[in-house]
Design a protein around this ligand. Structure first.
Ligand SMILES: Cc1cc2nc3c(=O)[nH]c(=O)nc-3n(C[C@H](O)[C@H](O)[C@H](O)COP(=O)(O)O)c2cc1C
Length: 284
């Protein structure tokens, strides 16, 4: 409301509006008054929650884009496709993702690999199966019905297949990718991209020297059973069966056992076993 011409002529201050009067009244309260403390705290909370929620909403597309790029980086790294230029997108052009029905081992032709979220599915009772105590050697509780797999081809021939794997170590679930050669038996690489094992102990799963021990190990016996084994200590290369064994991590027997178990699970009947058996038959 504007001041009267008489008041303005006298040079008095303009009459402030209602909300301004209330703000002035609050600001004039002593700093240690409970009313002022409460009003400042509530206002601060409201402002902060608006800032945080806006940031979360606005940054979501960027986060998803970065998560997708990170996934691609891990896949091309385990496949050994990442060139010295570090161009992940260019390297990923050589990768063909497909979705597989884990129970039948057949491709799920109607599912789009770019849209399928296996981690989300594994928590959804509609899209996953509960594992019994005997089946659940990887300690994951539930397993998604479908999994994405990633092929790398040389012309028409399959050069590698990259399989997402996960399982419990000592402190955490380890998430990673196992790469098999085109014979669907021989390992070419293993890389974990997420875990919370102790650096220097279980965290040595990330050590390039240990990761280098996987290339060329034979994961299956002649009958197609998964017999890859991560042993406690060092593999005796002079003994028969050394081609199926990988050194354990020193001082981290429990993480080592977790890796051993998760590989046995994902290469077995309840994991990629049916898919790999089909592929071996098809490519033979
Ligand atoms: C603080 C702390 C962190 C540990 N972190 C790990 C780990 O990440 N992975 C693991 O297997 N063992 C870890 N251990 C050791 C285990 O408790 C256990 O002693 C070890 O797995 C046995 O391995 P070893 O038989 O090779 O000595 C940790 C121990 C301590 C005290």
């Amino acid at each position: 409301m504007s001041d009267s011409p008489q008041e303005q002529a006298k040079g008095g201050a303009p009459n402030p509006s209602g909300w301004r009067r209330r703000l002035d009244a609050v600001l004039e309260l002593p700093n240690d008054s409970p009313q002022k403390t409460l009003i400042v705290a509530v206002t601060l909370c409201l402002v902060c929650s608006v800032v945080v929620s806006s940031a979360a909403v606005l940054l979501r597309p960027l986060q998803l884009e970065n998560a997708a790029l990170d996934r691609k980086r891990n896949i091309v790294e385990v496949a050994g496709l990442l060139g010295s230029d570090g161009d992940v997108e260019a390297a990923f052009e050589r990768v063909e993702p497909r979705v597989v029905d884990l129970e039948s081992g057949e491709f799920a032709e109607d599912m789009d690999p770019a849209r399928y979220d296996q981690r989300k599915s594994s928590k959804d009772p509609e899209r996953s199966i509960a594992l019994s105590r005997d089946e659940d050697i990887a300690g994951i509780g539930r397993r998604a019905r479908y999994s994405t797999v990633y092929f790398v081809r040389d012309g028409d021939a399959i050069r590698q297949v990259i399989l997402p794997v996960h399982g419990y170590g000592l402190w955490s679930t380890l998430y990673g990718f196992l790469s098999l050669k085109g014979d669907f038996r021989t390992v070419s690489g293993l890389k974990f991209y997420e875990h919370a094992e102790t650096p220097g102990l279980g965290g040595e799963v990330d050590n390039p020297a240990w990761r280098g021990k996987w290339d060329g190990k034979i994961a299956f016996d002649e009958s197609g059973s998964a017999i890859i084994e991560v042993v406690k200590g060092v593999v005796d290369e002079t003994r028969s069966g050394a081609e199926h064994r990988v050194d354990g991590l020193a001082g981290a027997t429990l993480t080592t056992r977790g890796v051993d178990n998760l590989l046995k699970f994902w290469l077995g009947e309840n994991g990629f076993g049916p898919f790999l058996a089909r592929m071996r038959e098809k490519e033979a």
